[in-house]
Design a binder for this molecule. Structure first.
Ligand code: F6R
Length: 366
């Protein structure tokens, strides 16, 4: 059942190239320069006339939602807000029939997300679901939606659900952008072609497992870790920290890199590992200067860089290279080493990887 892997989590990490293909199959028509998604096509006016899009979710799905905010605002120029479902539902939110709500949930059963949807519907909003489990409560409660088609996710720590949610959000952004004309035909084609290369690039990244294992062995006993990223990769930093917390029980925090100097920098000393995403187009110089600030306080840097990088390589204690792609698509790659890292640390610490203490696969109570 685990297909030769020791744990479901590792199996699911390795399923990602296929899961991403399953997500975009039939939707991404790269040769025609088109995205086809019936859930969006059938309600295009709702999206195009929306004052704003509100994304509601919990946990990892909320992190995917944040990537969605960066994607949709950048490509389709529609204002997006991302809310924890649990906060949204209880704070008397201002919501009207001109709002589109996108609810993201792997299980489709998360109580707070479901309640947020019901609230949004009662105020007249159009609600679109991004779920993995077919026929789930959230899939049924929403007006329209798109399944991720990731296949069953058994490991409690979400992996392929995250990358396939981001895949769906990328397709939605491209679709809306092409309809609105905020992205040229040639740019759309370019993105679709680059998307098609992503599964192979994930495959390539999965081969660096030994290197990630070496890094895991060095830092597995750290009591605290920081994860930093900017732009499209800020949510990946949050997700990296969540993965480590969940399965290894090491305290970790994700931060936007530039926020470091507003507080967390006080934590940095020679015992603090800091995982930094420094891809070549993502505010690279600024992240490099953040890395220098950390180095001058003796922090340990493990950097995720674009292949061929030289600057960060000279300063960092360890680097992990990701294949080149468009910056907007990098979350699909940068998240992979973090998943592997958390996995290996948890295994080295003898933790129950697939069923961490105190956690349930779907949180059906608030
Ligand atoms: C993280 C994790 C949780 C879920 C969250 C939402 O690895 O598993 O944070 O992401 O409980 O669950 P869904 O997506 O099923 O609504």
């Amino acid at each position: 059942e685990k297909g030769g892997y020791d744990h479901f989590m590792l199996k699911e990490i390795h399923e990602q190239p296929k899961a991403v293909i399953d997500t975009y199959r039939g939707r991404m028509l790269a040769d025609k320069g088109m995205v086809r998604m019936s859930g969006i096509d059938n309600h295009m006016n709702k999206f195009l006339n929306a004052d704003r899009i509100i994304i509601v979710a919990c946990g990892t799905s909320w992190h995917a939602g944040l990537v969605g905010e960066y994607l949709i605002e950048d490509m389709a120029r529609i204002p997006v807000e991302v809310e924890y479902a649990s906060e949204f539902r209880y704070r008397n939110p201002i919501i009207t029939s001109n709002d589109v709500v996108i609810a993201i949930s792997q299980s489709g059963e998360t109580a707070d997300t479901l309640a947020a949807i019901k609230l949004a519907k009662s105020k007249g909003a159009f609600v679109f679901g991004i779920c993995n489990v077919v026929g789930s409560s959230i899939a049924r409660e929403t007006h329209a939606g798109a399944y991720t088609h990731a296949g069953p996710e058994i490991g409690v720590a979400s992996t392929k659900a995250f990358t396939t949610q981001i895949t769906v959000l990328t397709l939605i952004s491209l679709k809306l952008a092409s309809k609105k004309g905020t992205l040229s035909k040639s740019a759309l084609r370019m993105y679709l072609q680059k998307m098609q290369l992503i599964p192979n690039k994930i495959e390539e990244l999965l081969k660096i497992d030994d290197k990630v294992k070496e890094i895991a062995a060095v830092y597995k006993d750290a009591p605290n870790c920081l994860y930093l990223g900017r732009g499209f990769n800020f949510p990946v930093a949050l997700e990296g920290a969540l993965k480590l917390k969940e399965i290894s029980y090491i305290h970790a925090e994700g931060y936007p890199a530039a926020e470091m100097k507003h507080g967390p920098i006080a934590l940095i000393d020679e015992n603090m590992p800091i995982f930094v995403i420094a891809t070549n187009k993502g505010h690279y110089e600024k992240v490099v200067s953040n890395i220098q600030e950390i180095k001058s306080r003796a922090g340990k840097i493990i950097a995720i860089v674009t292949e061929g990088d030289t600057t960060v390589k000279e300063i960092a204690d360890h680097v992990i290279e990701i294949p080149e792609t468009e910056e907007a698509l990098t979350p699909l790659l940068t998240t992979i080493p973090f998943q592997l890292l958390s996995y290996h640390i948890a295994v080295m610490l003898n933790k129950n990887v697939d069923q961490p203490r105190n956690l349930a696969k779907s949180v059906t109570v608030e």
